[in-house]
Design a binder for this molecule. Structure first.
Ligand code: NAP
Length: 523
């Protein structure tokens, strides 16, 4: 019996692809779940519909009205939460607390933007800074404004966050008044499709505001026009293809790229093996290696400790990892589920072999049997690697293994640690563990230029902090260089990507009229 072929919501109607489609699998049981296809669908029609109908309807609303629509989306998603958890268990192989990162993380982010957006009230444009005099006579001045771009926002998303990946982008886009077309990664497209279906069925957005197209990415970028934007999350290799597409290089389609990243954790030079800073680093490394089986773009891939603590850190991390039970997420005793697919398993095993050309295994959870899952499942247990010569390493600072894998490295001086962290060539996040605020401040200032976020942890925030890898809507997400050079979230800063900034030069009388339609972005 064949599995259901998921329809796409495109050009304001449900459309089923004209071929049998690509199957999506349960990574633990190996069973086929659903299929996706967009074969035969008229892409030009769908983009034009979103641009013309969706964009027009959204721009006719104020920020406050669009924020209210986001609040309604929150209600819709909350009402169907159980179904989303079932899909995540089946298709992503995640235990409930890992599914929560994706599902509840999305709902929280939407709720945050609903609240922030409500404060913008009746405004339909944003006032950017103060007026500036252009002549001796103050009657002629310039006011910078931001208005929503009159195009569509195309999201090409990664497999690891089918829910959060959609809504962390859609919340600021819809709040800005820009219609969304999402193309989820094929392996986990089901959850994205189902959430869009629930929101469409609830009728909380105008026609054309939200579309989903599953399956092949072929031809999507060709549809983009000058005022559209594209937000890509995925591998650096696909990012390169997006960035070099003629829509971006010739038509200046605005492009945001969130790519891979060799994030670091840094223990302060003054730490000791019995310090709280040491314990905080150990706990966070273990959490980051195991949450979503390490399939987080922000996960800690490299751990830097003072050389004197290398062995103590290896033992402490290994001891905690040994308590992580791995297997079928449906089993109550399992703490960590599977990777999302056999392809990811093969890629993680190949990456591990590559890292092992420069590092030794310090801990390997794969020596224990999986619970309620066999060796053919896509389960991979945590592996801690280490090298005592990290300055001589090349692969360890260059290869991202997208799974429960991290490498421990000692440093001899703090400048050496900073230099090695920067060999990641730009990362999403670095966490710093210290009991000395002066060192933390110095490290944050030093690491800021190569990271989108510095997560600075000390004992006084031990029970308060949001976690190295958790992306919170009020803080910036993205990173320079290899991480893609993109920026997302950061509170209402996220609206910048979906707006155009314009300098309006004119009489203060006209600028007064303009000001009456706008509000300042409270950053
Ligand atoms: P991927 O293979 O690059 O795929 C990402 C998306 O691009 C998928 O939707 C994919 O569709 C699509 N795609 C593939 N080829 C394309 C093309 N030629 N033109 C347009 N779209 C194309 O990445 P992934 O394996 O899904 O994700 C894992 C990577 O994402 C990791 O490296 C991770 O670090 C990174 N990531 C980064 C962030 C961040 O915020 N920085 C967040 C999550 C993940 P199909 O699935 O249909 O091939």
């Amino acid at each position: 019996m064949s599995t259901p072929l998921l329809p796409n919501f495109f050009a304001g109607r449900w459309q089923t692809g004209s071929c049998t489609g690509t199957p999506l699998f349960d990574p633990v049981l190996g069973t086929e779940l659903v299929r996706v296809s967009n074969a035969g669908i008229d892409l030009a029609e769908g983009f034009a519909f979103a641009r013309e109908q969706g964009g027009k309807a959204l721009r006719a609303m104020s920020y406050g009205q669009r924020a209210a629509a986001l609040a309604k989306i929150v209600e819709v998603l909350q009402a169907h939460r159980d179904a989303y958890y079932d899909i995540a268990t089946a298709n992503s192989g995640t235990v409930a607390k890992d599914s929560a990162v994706d599902i509840d993380g999305a709902i929280f982010t939407l709720g945050y933007y609903a609240k922030q957006g409500a404060a913008l009230g009746d405004a339909t444009l944003l006032l950017d800074g103060e007026r500036i005099r252009m002549a001796k006579d103050p009657a002629f001045q310039t006011q910078h404004i931001q208005v929503p771009t009159q195009g569509v926002a195309l999201f090409i998303n990664a497999f690891n966050f089918p829910s959060w990946g959609l809504w962390e982008k859609a919340a600021p886009a819809l709040l800005s008044g820009v219609p969304v077309i999402v193309k989820p990664a094929t392996a986990t497209a089901w959850l994205t499709q189902r959430m869009v279906k629930d929101v469409v069925d609830a009728g909380v957005l105008p026609a054309g505001a939200l579309s989903v197209i599953c399956g092949s990415s072929a031809g999507l970028m060709d549809q983009l026009q000058a005022f559209d934007v594209v937000s890509f999350t995925g591998s650096a290799d696909t990012g390169k293809i997006i960035r070099s597409h003629r829509a971006v290089s010739e038509m200046s389609v605005r492009c945001n790229i969130e790519a891979d990243s060799l994030n670091s954790a840094l223990l302060a030079p003054s730490a000791t093996a019995d310090s709280q800073a040491f314990q905080l680093l150990v706990s966070e490394v273990v959490r980051e290696m195991t949450v979503k089986s390490g399939q987080k773009c922000t996960a800690i891939r490299r751990i830097f400790v003072p050389r004197a603590l290398y062995k103590a850190a290896a033992l402490a991390i290994g001891a905690k990892l040994s308590k992580t039970t791995v297997g079928n997420p449906r089993s109550e005793t399992v703490r960590m589920g599977a990777l999302v697919s056999q392809e990811q398993k093969a890629s993680v095993l190949a990456g591990l072999a590559q890292l092992q050309t420069e590092a030794q295994v310090l801990f390997d959870g794969n020596t224990s049997a999986f619970i309620d899952a066999d060796a053919n499942s896509a389960c991979v247990a945590p592996v801690l690697l280490g090298t005592e010569q990290p300055m001589a390493a090349r692969v360890l600072h260059a290869v991202e293994v997208f799974g429960p894998v991290s490498t421990l490295m000692p440093y001899d001086s703090i400048d050496e640690a900073y230099a090695m962290i920067r060999r990641g060539e730009g990362s999403l996040v670095c966490s710093v563990y210290s009991e000395d605020p002066a060192f933390t401040a110095q490290a944050a200032a030093e690491l800021a230029s190569s990271h989108g976020r510095v997560h600075a942890i000390s004992p006084d925030v031990a029970s308060l902090h949001s976690g190295h890898g958790n992306v919170m809507p009020m803080s910036l997400h993205g990173g320079p260089g290899r991480a893609g050079g993109g920026e997302e979230l950061g509170g209402l800063r996220a609206l910048n990507f979906y707006h155009r900034r314009t300098a309006v030069q004119g009489s203060v009388l006209a600028l007064d009229q303009l000001a009456a339609r706008g509000c300042k972005l409270p950053l």
